[in-house]
Write a protein that binds this ligand. Structure first.
Ligand code: FAD
Length: 424
């Protein structure tokens, strides 16, 4: 008996799952897992994606209320999604191109700001802002029609790695055999723990409060970020139809207070913070989503492949790294993991299986540099702007102005933010 190609996720009966053996299992149903599973199947690898939340296909977002999870997508992400033939199918009416970024220091002097411009950098846009659901919906649609990909609604409880591959034991009672396992199971990655891969973790003692706003002034296709005295960071990201998406990083206590505010309470906040610049920039702001808060932390896995002596599992996305959202790069970095893995497996020598140690080591080597650099910069920026001494305050504000005047550094910063990937 063979597994019927499924157009909607289902649970395998235990006796059925026990006999299934495939090239790759992707564990996790976030964007990184979905994109990776689709890309691997497109390479011709028989792939199963497993997650507890694959039951429902993500509905297409519609209407005037926008989703809570809004992301900045980099041009590198666009390249990956184009490669997966997803980009053109997205609902572009729900995505906003970002042509400029303006970052303000906490002294509110004219010179304490950094302006990054797509025009100056010779690129059509610096990023897009859109709902997570727009991408997930289109990935779900494409996955339904990919005949090398099956999706299972289940939870991986245990892994047993041997010389040839991995057996995954599922909560439903079944087992699946795979040459390669991709762990895309998020920041708390049970697979990472199961493999004994250690992590360095740090809580930022901050939460990010997110909400969408309708504004009376135009946002000029610009993403704004204000560093506030005391370490809060407020980002206002442009959305279509005179809307902006806010990410306000603050202490957990203040986040709790912000979530309780009514419309007039919010208006007062916008008038009082950042020297009134937010209210001046956007005019009057009307809330257009349920606000939510997410705790912020930094995580870096010590290895991106495992187990140490006989690697058969690769970590991607938040399972490998989690960062502060101030640069809006967490998912983009995870999708660069996906692009890298697809490149390596797509170009592998004909005699190598997808779980060949040489390929997995190549993946780890290539991803470590990019990850370390981005985690380091994001972490240092966060800490520099939280520091309260006069000297550090002087330094950070002066630094913004200095970078702003240096075309070479600005160009390098933009290159990092674009995060371009090569598909050969
Ligand atoms: C406030 C905020 C704003 C952000 N803004 C941006 C932004 O603008 N741009 C950007 O690039 N990034 C941003 N990020 C980061 C981004 O949200 C994450 O990097 C991204 O969502 C991680 O995706 P993922 O697929 O790796 O993991 P997740 O989305 O966490 O998915 C993990 C999946 O694994 C499944 N799973 C877990 N355990 C098991 C198991 N045992 N068996 C099977 N399945 C399992 C889960 O059910 C889930 O489906 C932001 C983050 C925050 C908090």
């Amino acid at each position: 008996m063979s597994l019927t190609r499924q157009n909607s996720p289902k649970k395998l009966p235990p006796h059925f799952a026990q006999i299934r053996s495939v090239d790759v299992v992707v564990v996790g149903g976030g964007i990184a897992g979905k994109a990776c599973a689709l890309g691997l199947a497109q390479l011709g690898l028989q792939t199963i994606q497993i997650a507890p939340d694959l039951d429902e296909l993500m509905p297409a977002p519609h209407g005037d209320q926008w989703g809570q999870r809004i992301y900045a997508f980099s041009p590198g992400t666009q390249q990956l999604l184009s490669h997966l033939q997803i980009w053109d199918a997205l609902d572009h009416s729900r995505m906003q191109a970002v042509r400029d970024m303006r970052i303000f220091g906490d002294r509110y002097e004219q010179t304490d700001q950094l302006h990054l411009s797509a025009f100056e950098a010779g690129t059509p846009q610096l990023a897009w802002i859109g709902e997570s659901n727009v991408i997930e919906h289109t990935l779900d649609q494409a996955s339904r029609f990919q005949n090398k990909l099956d999706r299972l609604t289940d939870v991986v409880e245990k892994l047993a790695v041997d010389a040839d591959g991995t057996t995954l034991h599922l909560k439903s009672g079944g087992s699946i055999r795979a040459l390669l396992v991709v762990a895309a199971d998020g920041a708390n990655s049970p697979l990472r723990s199961e493999l004994g891969i250690s992590t360095s973790q740090e809580s930022y003692s901050q939460s990010a409060v997110v909400a969408n706003w309708l504004c009376t002034n135009v946002h000029l296709e610009t993403a704004y970020q204000w560093f506030l005295p005391g370490g809060d960071i407020v980002a206002m990201l442009p959305l279509p139809h005179k809307q902006v998406s806010m990410v306000w990083s603050t202490s957990p206590e203040k986040a709790t207070d912000l979530l309780k505010l009514d419309q007039s309470g919010w208006a007062q906040q916008f008038f009082s913070i950042a020297n009134g610049q937010i209210a001046k920039q956007f005019g009057s702001l009307t809330i257009n989503s349920l606000p939510a808060a997410f705790p912020l932390r930094k995580i870096r896995a010590s290895r991106f492949i495992g187990p140490e002596d006989n690697p058969k599992v690769v970590l991607i996305g938040d399972a490998a790294h989690v960062m502060h959202p101030l640069a809006g790069q967490g998912l983009n970095l995870g999708l660069r993991d996906v692009a890298c893995l697809l490149n390596i497996l797509g170009k592998r020598e004909s005699f190598r299986l997808p779980n060949d140690k040489v390929l997995l080591r190549r993946y780890e080597r290539q991803r470590q540099g990019d990850t370390s650099a981005l985690l380091w910069v994001t972490d240092k920026l966060k800490k520099l702007f939280s520091a309260s001494s006069g000297a550090e305050r002087q330094l950070r504000n002066w630094g913004l102005g200095l970078v702003n005047r240096n075309h070479f550094i600005k160009q390098r910063l933009i290159e990092r933010a674009l995060g371009e990937v090569d598909f050969e």
